[in-house]
Design a protein. Structure first.
Lengths: 177, 667
């Protein structure tokens, strides 16, 4: 049983409906939310190294703050919200970028192994976030507005604009965006 | 199908498993750096050479910094400017500050706390001299003639909340979500009532604490406050950690009546009661602020009906806060109040606190990190050096009949052990700290290799009421950390530990020139020091092996301090137990020289010792293993009887022959 499986087993024990994972169970939190955080961070920062940093920072914040989550939905929204906040601040603090060489291979690899992802990655950042939360995380426009702290109409217009841009680029079966 | 393909694409991207280990390591390091009391690290002789080198490098770098003041790192230079003081005029200022902090997290330098508005000079009245010579019985007035013990407090006249309180007539004990009231009467002791606290107020299941004043009892517990926020989408719920202060009228102990349940945002830190006023201190971390919605990032109080934001003028902001958290201080008149009298907050982290009758001293732990750019070392190998060091920001607040005003702010190097690390006597504040310096070197040629080392030393500072350092002793007990501190007027005692226990006696009669009077080395260490009576200092801690430093069980020591320049351990005894709560919670011990009682919980037993010409004598050992929280027992005397309280019930002991008279179970 590998580390991953062990944590997932732990998760299963804890996966009671409507009970958020306690803030001190970092193993279970990581198993449940690390990929969510990583995927959003990678999309926003376009850097594997930065995304790794964001994952660390988000979980450290959870361990420091021990927030009160009243439901799994609230918990997931918290992780997404904090990820967005962290990526905002990371983009302006560039010391690590200057000192740590970026692993270019990851982004190149993603370009070759994915089909529509590179097109989403090419969108402006605010559009990327909305597209990701809508299509991948399955949130409604109203929920995205709440999580990102923007007005519902703004979210709507970002989403429409992003769809237009994607439709121009995408061919064939993916034009149903 | 775009959506399905986008999901498939994303599913290929996974967070690295090794990040979890790194998160855990970072978290552990933060905890060691910020709260040294929880951990102590023993450094082997192997590290001695490293430490010296590191210290040398540090000195040079600091010197350079102060003269050239041109760090190559942009982020550093921006935050090193401590003269740029943020002054809050509106909630948006604070929002901006929280946002800006996310850009500089972890890379900050020492700063001064500033008030929003004009900074007040320290014009406070001279505080009453803190007399810690004896543990007097509680100052609470009572209509009975029996004497009884109060909570073991740090400063006479400043009460501290605890899980048990008595006024001599009744015993109040809170455990879980239940308030139990007992009529103490020796063998006829009876349970009068058991009241469940409302589930809203015990949401966290935390241990609650209480204050008692006349016919009113305050139960402090952990809960949360839900506020509905209206927005363009129809609104949503915002939950904030909250500390509840539930006030009961206990005129009829058989039926306590809830007067009001007050709430203050943040998790419970500590509290004090001076006169009629309770000062409640909480720590509120801001984890997801929403611009334009102050309730998500501004502290609040509630009277159970209405939630009120603290006014911008009640928020004090440091120029360089360490973390996006407030220490919130609320005052409540327990005698007659039904709401907060005043509430203030200091932005910049959570803190230890020390209180006299007029002053509340907040100590904020800092851990400042400096990351140097990659550069070749003397052997030409490329290395990135990260250094971190600990210091403590201080804020002095004035307390007067529930009014809280900011008096001064300052900073001392090192971090504090606990509230006993601070003291005020004759307008001089004295602080003992432990300095932890840590350095990491990442060699970046080829595969990154990591090296790190750390050093520890201790110091004592004296400060005036403007929080300027006036005297100091530094570099004490290298590579040892402070295990206990006690101030007694002009003398201060503290214990550091590595393998044997050096007890330092410090002469503080001249604040500008504190000096070491004596260093006593004995096996083991004391975790709590208590002035037993004139010229006798009691220590409770652990035995340790002389050579390995391995802890070997609970130990009581009595020190003769009649000659301050030659402190002696008169006698000591080994308690048949491996652990006691006293070191981390002084309220668990009862020390009364007049009644000749030294009583405390250890392992699952409650011990009562007497101190005679022959040394420590075990008077009673009560087995409390039936108790779920037998590590957290309390003892008290009322008249001729001694009561040992646990969450299962109370055991009554006769003080004349120390026999168990009866046991009363809680419902």
């Amino acid at each position: 049983m590998g580390g991953r499986e062990r944590y997932l087993a732990l998760m299963e024990q804890l996966a009671k409906p409507n009970v958020p994972i306690p803030a001190d169970n970092v193993d279970a939190l990581f198993a449940q939310y690390a990929d969510t955080v990583y995927r959003l961070a990678l999309l926003r920062t376009k850097s594997g190294t930065d995304a790794d940093d964001i994952v660390q920072e988000v979980f450290l914040r959870a361990m420091r703050a021990k927030p009160v989550w009243n439901s799994p939905e609230h918990q997931k929204a918290w992780f997404i919200k904090v990820t967005i906040n962290c990526t905002k601040s990371l983009l302006t603090s560039a010391w690590r970028r200057n000192t740590v060489p970026e692993n270019e291979n990851l982004m190149t690899e993603i370009q070759t192994t994915t089909e529509v992802y590179p097109y989403v990655l090419a969108l402006p950042k605010k559009y990327r976030t909305v597209v990701h939360l809508y299509y991948y995380e399955g949130y409604q426009v109203s929920e995205i507005a709440k999580i990102t702290g923007t007005a519902e109409n703004t979210v709507k217009s970002h989403l429409f604009r992003a769809r237009d841009m994607l439709r121009e680029q995408l061919k064939g079966e993916f034009q149903d965006v | 199908m775009f959506k399905e393909q986008y999901i498939r694409d994303n599913d290929k991207l996974k967070a690295k498993e090794k990040l979890l280990m790194e998160i855990k390591e970072k978290n552990a390091r933060e905890r060691i750096a910020l709260t040294p009391k929880q951990k102590f690290v023993r450094y082997g002789a192997v590290f001695a050479a490293f430490v010296l080198v590191a210290a040398g490098v540090f000195g040079v770098v600091n010197a350079n910094k102060s003269t050239t003041a041109a760090p190559q790192n942009v982020t550093l230079s921006a935050t090193a400017d401590t003269s740029a003081v943020t002054q809050a005029q509106t909630y948006d200022d604070i929002y901006g500050l929280i946002e800006s902090m996310q850009n500089t997290s972890g890379v900050t330098t020492g700063g001064v706390m500033m008030e929003s508005g004009a900074v007040n000079g320290a014009t406070a009245a001279a505080p009453a001299a803190a007399d810690t010579k004896t543990t007097a019985a509680a100052t609470t007035s009572t209509d009975t003639t029996v004497d009884y013990s109060g909570t073991n407090v740090q400063v006479k006249g400043v009460d501290e909340a605890d899980i048990v309180k008595t006024d001599g007539n009744y015993i109040y004990y809170v455990a879980g979500n239940q308030l139990n009231i007992l009529k103490p009467d020796g063998a006829n002791t009876k349970l009068v009532s058991s009241t469940s606290l409302s589930s809203n107020d015990t949401w966290w299941g935390y241990n609650s604490e209480m204050f008692l004043l006349g016919n009113r009892l305050m139960v402090i517990t952990q809960s949360f406050n839900t506020v509905w926020i209206n927005d363009t989408n129809g609104g949503y719920q915002n939950n904030t950690d909250q500390t509840s202060a539930i006030i009961y009228d206990i005129t009829n102990p058989a039926k306590p009546l809830q007067v009001v349940s007050l709430g203050q945002s943040g998790t419970y830190v500590s509290s004090r009661m001076v006169g009629d006023y309770v000062y409640l201190v909480t720590s509120q971390y801001i984890y997801s602020p929403v611009q334009g919605t102050p309730v998500t990032y501004i502290p609040t109080t509630t009277d159970g009906v209405e939630t009120k934001l603290l006014a911008p003028t009640d928020l004090y902001i440091g120029s360089n806060p360490q973390s996006a958290a407030y220490t919130v201080i609320g005052s409540i008149n327990l005698k007659s109040g039904a709401n907060f009298t005043s509430a203030k907050a200091v932005f910049g982290g959570s803190s230890e606190l020390y209180a006299t009758a007029d002053h509340l001293l907040l100590a904020f732990a800092r851990n400042d990190q400096e990351v140097l750019p990659i550069a070749p070392d003397k052997d030409g190998k490329n290395v990135q050096i990260t250094r971190s060091s600990s210091s403590t920001d201080l804020v002095l607040l004035g307390l007067a009949e529930g009014q809280i005003t900011k008096l001064a702010s300052g900073n001392v190097p090192g971090s504090l052990l606990n509230q006993f690390s601070m003291d005020e006597y004759k307008n001089v504040i004295r602080i003992v700290t432990t300095l932890n310096n840590w350095e990491q070197r990442i060699y970046t040629d080829g595969i990154d290799t990591y090296e790190s080392d750390s050093s520890t030393a201790n110091a004592l500072y004296t400060l005036d009421l403007n929080l300027n350092i006036v005297g100091k002793i530094e570099n004490l007990a290298k590579d040892e950390s402070v295990k206990s501190v006690r101030f007694d007027g002009d003398i201060g005692y503290f214990v550091t530990f590595r393998q044997v226990d050096p007890l330092f006696a410090v002469d503080l009669s001249n604040a500008a020139n504190p000096r070491i009077l004596d260093t006593l080395k004995i096996p083991g260490f004391s975790e709590y020091l208590h002035v037993f009576k004139d010229n006798l200092l009691l220590g409770i801690g652990y035995n340790a092996d002389d050579t390995t430093g391995q802890m070997q069980g609970v130990k009581l020591s009595m020190f003769d301090t009649s000659d301050k320049a030659n402190v002696k351990e008169v006698t000591s005894t080994s308690v048949d137990a491996s652990w006691t709560l006293v070191g981390s919670n002084h309220k668990a011990i009862l020390v009364d020289a007049e009644k000749n009682l030294i009583a405390f919980p250890a392992d699952s037993n409650y011990y009562i010792y007497r101190y005679t010409a022959k040394g420590f004598e075990l008077a009673a050992r009560v087995n409390m293993t039936a108790d779920l929280s037998s590590w957290n027992l309390r003892g008290m005397f009322i008249g001729d009887y001694f009561y040992v309280l646990g969450d299962a019930g109370v055991t009554v002991i006769s003080l004349s022959d120390f026999t168990v008279l009866t046991t009363v179970k809680f419902g």
